[in-house]
Design a protein around this ligand. Structure first.
Ligand code: WT7
Length: 633
């Protein structure tokens, strides 16, 4: 247990003050408990003015020594990873810290054998199998930069991400199990690789034994390389600010951003937030985060955070509704999970299913529940609290982002008093500000504004891969010297924070970020489309759904088949997660005289609130609004 672990509210308050008054001393002390090859010269340096912030500069380390080697002397036989397969009767796979260390070293040597060196980019397009987590760590072991692409993305999305960061190696599976489906990952990869000249080699881990084509000279079976690989792999020496990984996320333009995280600050942030938020205090505690490693939650809170903390991390291959909507609860009982971390969208989906499934589960092992990814609604919060936590488990509603590296606002379990739907208070090190549209800081409580962070924290992203200017514009361009999150937020009478959702052109569908421009660009590529406008609207299960307004070129075409084509197109270009839920064919879009689409109006119509459209007098052609309102009905 770390000496910096907070154990009561007073300690939290002290830590919070200390972290902002004297960040060097605060984070310096915390960092002492990690394993370094060389200590830092400065704890925190640079800042938002020149965007040259650095943490633990001058130090040298390898994050995998902290995740693995460090635990070998103290607890080699402790379970590091417990894998629950898609098939409830399939094999549960377990790795002790010793075994995981060995698997990571062998995998690291295997990719090194294909010529991968420090700084090279490796793309991981895999299903949720242990080898994905192992590959992530294997890259980190040798200083290769991992870029995990979620297995639900299309060939085109995969290709775009590989090209953007010039990955040299791709690791994939033959296929991935997802409920009753098999995702043909290798086949999708082959399609993507037609346009990815930077890829020299492909490693294929066999999971589904599906038939795949192997291109000689390029494609290698994981098991062939693995068996001849040595288990001796010294960890590469990394500087504090050497890149650890790239993770693509959507923004307000069509092209996803490669968010870059570096080594030392991310490591300290992942471990600090994991231990303080979740509070695993018993040797027997068992923690399960249901995210996919393809998202930041899976990076920080399935992989790095838990392993840095020496606990057992549970990884689940399947989906919440297979073989039925009781699967999560069965897994909790089967393994006696104590700490359970999931997304509001999963809670809402399971709430809407047969209630007997949750009622017949025991769930008495649970101690702490968590949510992440999107605002949770009161009904879902209450249901989670009553039916899953049996009113005895605190719910940690954790607010953070791909760019923040780890949790920023959250109750600390059993320490911070919770309030339904509130992320509550900032983690030590996080200095929040609410600002109005002009960038003026809003003081006091019972206020609402745009959420900013005014000082650098160790886990923050350092740049957008290959586009530092975009990094600067996106996060620091709106308000000078502040990191702008893109979220709206309320601060209530107790100083508690409640996130109200995105204030930019980003839609949060089932906790996944999708840029409206991305979807518009995909649809606009269709022959029969003149223009598209995409907005989000409230959706019972997904939080937000996607609503597309489309102007067709040839309106004589059969509308039903056209709508089908649009859905297929978005699946092809982005992936099934970005498929519009509703599509409305329109003859025009509400535009200002300067040609800007008035999305506010489109959002209102999509919400079904056509009475409060506000001022439409500045529109070029106000009559389109009437048509759109009538068409929506
Ligand atoms: C956006 C970040 C954080 C990992 C998963 C999503 C929304 C996230 C919460 C929460 C309300 C939340 C925000 C944020 N969000 N957590 N607890 N309450 N909203 O990471 O894909 O980078 O998305 O998710 O809008 O900006 P991401």
């Amino acid at each position: 247990m770390s000496q910096w672990k907070i154990s009561n509210f007073e300690e939290y308050q002290k830590a919070y003050m200390a972290s902002l008054e004297n960040p060097d001393q605060f984070w310096g002390n915390i960092a002492e408990s990690f394993q370094w090859k060389k200590k830092w010269n400065t704890v925190k340096s640079g800042g938002f003015q020149n965007l040259d912030f650095k943490w633990f500069d001058g130090s040298e380390l390898n994050i995998t020594e902290n995740c693995l080697d460090r635990h070998l002397s103290s607890q080699p036989d402790k379970l590091a990873l417990l894998f629950e397969p898609n098939d409830p009767h399939g094999e549960v796979i377990k790795y002790t810290y010793r075994e995981l260390h060995e698997a990571v070293c062998k995998t690291a040597n295997m990719i090194k054998g294909l010529g991968i060196k420090k700084g090279d980019r490796v793309c991981l397009y895999m299903s949720m199998v242990p080898e994905l987590l192992i590959s992530v760590l294997a890259c980190a072991r040798i200083g290769a930069i991992h870029s995990v692409v979620f297995g639900g993305f299309s060939a085109q999305s995969l290709a775009g991400r590989i090209q953007d960061s010039d990955c040299k190696l791709l690791i994939t599976n033959d296929g991935g199990y997802r409920g009753d489906k098999i995702i043909p990952l290798k086949e999708i990869s082959d399609e993507a690789l037609k346009n990815c000249p930077s890829i020299e080699n492909v490693i294929v881990h066999s999971r589904t034994k599906s038939e795949v084509k192997m291109q000689s000279g390029r494609d290698h079976w994981w098991h062939d390389l693995y068996k001849n690989s040595s288990a001796d792999c010294p960890a590469e020496t990394m500087k504090a600010e050497d890149p650890l990984f790239i993770l693509y996320t959507s923004g307000s333009t069509g092209k996803p951003k490669g968010v870059l995280h570096t080594t030392a600050g991310y490591m300290v942030w992942a471990a600090y937030t994991f231990q303080n938020v979740f509070q695993l205090n018993d040797e027997k505690d068992l923690y399960w985060c249901t995210a996919d490693i393809g998202w930041i939650t899976g990076h920080t809170y399935i992989t790095y955070g838990p392993l840095l903390s020496g606990v057992t991390t549970v990884m689940f291959e399947g989906v919440p509704t297979y073989p039925d909507a009781g699967r999560f609860w069965n897994i909790v009982d089967k393994h006696q999970i104590t700490h359970f971390y999931t997304a509001p969208t999963a809670i809402r989906a399971l709430m809407a299913c047969d209630q007997s499934l949750v009622e017949k589960a025991n769930l008495s092992s649970l101690k702490v529940l968590g949510t992440v990814g999107e605002p949770i609604n009161v009904e879902a919060w209450e249901w989670y609290n009553e039916h899953v936590g049996k009113k005895k488990c605190p719910i940690v509603d954790t607010w953070w982002q791909t760019e923040t590296g780890g949790i920023m606002i959250s109750p600390l379990a059993n320490i911070t008093k919770t309030k339904p739907c509130f992320a509550t208070l900032p983690i030590p090190g996080v200095s929040l500000e609410l600002v109005d549209a002009d960038g003026k800081v809003i003081e006091g409580n019972r206020v609402e504004g745009n959420l900013c962070v005014s000082q650098s924290w160790p886990g923050q992203a350092r740049t957008v891969w290959g586009d530092h200017e975009r990094f600067k514009q996106t996060y620091f361009g709106t308000y000078p010297n502040k990191y702008f999150t893109g979220d709206g937020c309320r601060r209530d009478e107790d100083g508690y924070y409640r996130i109200t959702g995105r204030v930019d052109d980003v839609i949060n569908v089932s906790g996944h970020r999708i840029g409206t421009a991305e979807v518009e660009d995909a649809i606009d590529l269709l022959e029969n489309v003149i223009e598209t406008a995409v907005v989000g609207y409230p959706h019972d299960i997904k939080g937000q759904g996607i609503y597309a307004y489309i102007i067709m070129k040839d309106a004589e075409v059969n509308v039903d088949s056209f709508i089908k084509t649009v859905r297929e197109q978005v699946t092809k270009v982005i992936g099934p997660i970005a498929k519009p839920d509703k599509i409305q064919i329109v003859s025009g879009l509400p535009k200002t005289r300067s040609g800007k689409i008035m999305r506010r109006i489109l959002r209102k119509v999509a919400e079904g609130d056509s009475k409060n459209l506000g001022d439409t007098s500045t529109l070029l052609d106000p009559s389109v609004v009437t048509e759109i309102v009538n068409g929506a009905k």
